[in-house]
Every structure is written in structure tokens, then in C-alpha cells.
Design a protein around this ligand. Structure first.
Ligand code: LLP
Length: 439
């Protein structure tokens, strides 16, 4: 089949191409067929695009004593976890639910790190019982909690402190995490004292230092500044006799949604490894293992959201196209005013106009894209691009809308349903009407 690859933009380097008839395909399979078979809204993921992204990180980390963890929160579908687990990926989790997903999908416990500001006792206990690699501690209070839970289990919990390096990642305020006004991490100037406390606790073992400064970061410098601050802390700790085994540098590498040009995985990792190499020359202890926690850069451009134009509502002030995907399916535009490219799956014969693409949910914030030049007719199939990360994982049942189906396209272009569309019975499965309200 004659296919055209995009040389720039969100589809560049992916397995989503247009065929000779101009129809958007994944691995040569027209997305019109996917919509026909599975309905809309529907998330479609490309196995090869996902694996290519992961392998770029894995190749850059090869022979560097480094572990690429996949941050499950970006997309926690079991099939995607299983694909990454088979590659030997590690995983960054933030709840016991995510722990159970990794274990259910065949991920190795000793490659799991557990992040998050508020882990419940039961979650900490489950993580220790599963023998995960490390618990990333975000406060002094949490250190005490982990130590107590571990002591109760007669175990020693491997821990690292997530420090807040106070760096401006220059990203959306809701996804910036490394500034001192953010809730995340232990302030740098308190970190040594917390490490000293940990050292005196028999039920925890100091494994590493952890940081994560934000998400959708599109330049190298915030990462390198964070590395420098973490290395300076490692030196101060070493001077007090605390040697760490690993440095977890978090995730946050951005992707192209529109025309952003973030560093490639290879460029980011080689810049980081260069810094580490220089630093290593100044010290005598063995070089620590390096961990990363990437989510969006692995799965973001491996997925699109298929949606159909339901109705057109042109007007004197605005032209609205009501589509069948809403803020409950992909909430990034409503929550962050995030921009996602939206393209027609099949070329259209009608003239272009400027449209706001909005969902059926009863909120003015329920928009997918605004002021887009598109040639639209009712019934057209559209693809919302760059929807693989923080799409399905942030979806909800708001307005009693069943969650979308998810489909994985394998390297041969075969489509696999990896999550069926929800039905009404799923929506009410956990609810009940007490007897006294029943007539
Ligand atoms: N590690 C930690 C501790 C994190 O908090 C996050 C993301 C990651 C790793 C992965 O970051 P990534 O490589 O995906 O940038 N919902 C927002 C993004 C929130 C990110 C939260 N933390 C969005 O849709 O843009």
C-alpha cells in the first residue's frame, strides 16, 4: 500500500500514515475500519509506535546501569503494560491499584518504584510484601509511616527520598512539580536531615535519591539543572557517610502535540549520562544505578482518539461541531486548555470553515478543540492525535457516559480490543438502592 508518512508534527515517526486514498491508517489498517468494528469514541494504540518510543529510551540506556520505568499513570491498560513488561521495562506506580496492574500484566516487582505524596498504610504494606525495588518518600511524616509499616511486617523497606529541587520546568502550572511551592517532594534544604533520620531507622534501607520536576518539558536545561542539584545532594550525603545505590531522575520529557521540538530520548539521556560521567570522575564510590520514570514520551503519540461528528451547529458567532467524544473521555483540553491536533480520517469534499469541536457533556468547559479550520460534515470520522497519554487514564463516567473502547493495532495491522466499551451495567455495578427506599 502506498502510504505517506508525516515528516513533522505529532504523527512524525509513528505508524499512523495516510494511504493513497488519503485515509488515515495505523499499520496500513484504515481507521475507518476500526471505527466500524468497535464504534466511537475509541482509543487506538499502535504497538510498534509504543515499542519504538520505549526502545529509544532503552537503547540510550543500554550498558549504562540504568532502568527505564514506565509511569503507569499515563496509560495503565493491561495490554500496554504487558507489552512493556515483555521488553524488561520497569514501572513507576502511584497506588496499590497500579501495583496490581503491573503484577497482573507480568511486570517484575523488583523493577517497580512507588511514587506519590500520600500512600496509605495498606498500600505501603502491599508494596513491601510484593518486594518492589523502592518506595519514593515525599515527606518526613511519610518516612515515619513507611518505617512503622515495615517494622510491623518485620521487613526492611528500600526507600529513596523524593527531593524538590526547586526548578522551573517551564510547563503548565498544573503539571509542574519541582518548584518549592508545589506539594511534591522534600525541600532540598531539609533532605539531609531526613536522610540522617532514615539512616538511624532499622526498618528502612536507604537506596536512592529521587526527583521529578514536571511533565511535558520540552528543553534539556531543567533536567540538567535537576541532575546537578541531585548530584550535589549525593555528595553532601556521601560526606556524612550515606552512600546511595541509585538516582531516580523522574520522567517529564515532552512530546510534539503541535510544533514542539522536545529533545529526543537519546539526546536527553546522553546529556544526563555526560553529566554523570563528569561527576563520577570526582568521586571514589561505585557509580549509582540511574532510573527514569517516563510516561507521556513512551505512550503519548502511540495513541489517537477516534470520534465521530454527531451534529453541526453553525451560528453567527461560532460554528460548533458536536462530536461523540467529550471531556469525560479526554479531559486534557478542559483541565489544562491543552491543545490536541484533530484531523479528518477521510478527506472531505466540503469547504473548510472554522469550528469549535465540543462534546455532549453539559459544561461549557467540554471542548476538545477550538477555532480549527476543518472541512466537516455530520457523520465524519475524526482522530484526536497525541491521545495515548493521560487520555483514557484520566477518563470518567461523568454524565453517565460509558468509557470508550480501547484497541491495539499490532505490527501486522491486526486490531485487538484491549478494553471493551462500557455498558450501562458497568456504570451501576457498584451502586445499590437501600431496602428502605424500595417501594
Ligand atoms: N514520575 C512522577 C513522580 C510523576 O508525577 C509523573 C507524572 C511521571 C513520573 C511521568 O511524567 P511524564 O513522563 O508522563 O511527563 N495529566 C497531565 C500530566 C500529569 C503528570 C503527573 N506526573 C497531563 O495530561 O498533561
Amino acid at each position: 500500500m502506498n502510504t505517506t508518512a508525516s515528516s513533522s508534527g505529532p504523527l512524525a515517526g509513528t505508524r499512523f500514515h495516510r494511504n493513497s486514498a488519503g485515509v488515515l491508517c495505523c499499520e496500513g489498517r484504515p481507521l475507518t475500519e476500526i471505527a466500524q468494528a468497535f464504534g466511537t469514541p475509541c482509543y487506538v494504540y499502535s504497538e510498534r509506535t509504543l515499542l519504538q518510543a520505549y526502545q529509544q529510551f532503552a537503547a540510550a540506556a543500554a550498558e549504562k546501569n540504568a532502568l527505564i520505568c514506565y509511569a503507569l499513570k499515563a496509560n495503565s491498560n493491561l495490554a500496554l503494560i504487558a507489552l512493556l513488561a515483555a521488553q524488561g521495562a520497569g514501572f513507576d506506580i502511584v497506588s496499590v491499584g497500579e501495583l496490581q496492574r503491573v503484577l497482573a500484566a507480568g511486570g517484575q516487582p523488583d523493577r517497580i518504584v512507588f511514587s506519590g505524596v500520600g500512600k496509605a498504610d495498606s498500600e505501603i504494606a502491599a508494596a513491601i510484601a510484593a518486594n518492589i525495588k523502592c518506595i519514593n518518600i515525599e515527606s518526613e511524616a511519610e518516612l515515619h509511616r513507611v518505617a512503622e509499616v515495615a517494622a510491623g511486617l518485620k521487613r526492611v523497606a528500600p526507600i529513596s527520598m523524593r527531593v524538590n529541587p526547586d526548578i522551573d520546568a517551564k510547563t503548565h502550572p498544573y503539571i509542574s512539580t519541582g518548584l518549592k511551592e508545589n506539594k511534591f517532594g522534600i525541600p532540598m534544604d531539609q533532605a539531609e536531615a531526613v536522610y540522617r533520620q532514615a539512616k538511624a531507622m532499622p526498618s528502612v534501607l536507604i537506596a536512592g535519591i529521587d526527583c521529578h520536576i514536571g511533565s511535558q518539558i520540552t528543553s534539556l536545561s531543567p533536567f540538567l539543572q535537576a541532575v546537578d542539584r541531585v548530584l550535589a545532594l549525593a555528595d553532601r550525603l556521601a560526606a556524612t557517610g550515606i552512600e546511595i545505590q541509585h538516582l531516580d531522575l523522574g520522567g517529564g520529557l515532552g512530546i510534539c502535540y503541535d510544533d514542539e521540538t522536545p529533545p529526543t530520548p537519546a539526546a536527553l539521556l546522553s546529556a544526563v549520562f555526560d553529566r554523570l560521567q563528569q561527576w563520577q570522575q570526582t568521586r571514589r564510590s561505585p557509580r549509582p544505578e540511574i532510573l527514569f520514570e517516563f510516561g507521556r514520551a513512551i505512550v503519548g503519540n502511540a495513541g489517537v482518539l477516534l470520534t465521530r461528528v454527531d451534529l453541526l451547529k453553525p451560528g453567527p458567532h461560532k460554528n460548533f461541531a458536536i462530536i461523540d467524544a467529550a471531556m469525560n473521555d479526554l479531559m486534557r483540553p478542559a483541565l489544562y486548555e491543552a491543545w490536541h491536533a484533530v484531523v479528518a480520517v477521510t478527506p472531505s469534499g466540503v469547504p473548510e470553515a472554522t469550528w469549535d469541536l465540543v462534546g455532549p457533556v453539559c459544561e461549557s468547559g467540554d471542548w476538545m478543540a477550538r477555532d480549527r479550520r476543518l472541512a466537516l460534515s455530520a457523520g465524519d470520522l475524526l482522530a484526536v492525535l497525541s491521545a495515548g497519554a493521560y487520555g483514557m487514564s484520566m477518563s470518567s463516567n461523568y454524565n453517565s457516559r460509558p468509557r470508550a473502547a480501547e484497541v491495539l493495532i499490532d505490527a501486522q495491522g491486526q486490531a485487538h480490543l484491549i478494553r471493551r466499551r462500557e455498558e450501562f451495567a458497568d456504570l451501576i455495578a457498584a451502586e445499590s438502592i437501600p431496602d428502605y427506599l424500595r417501594k
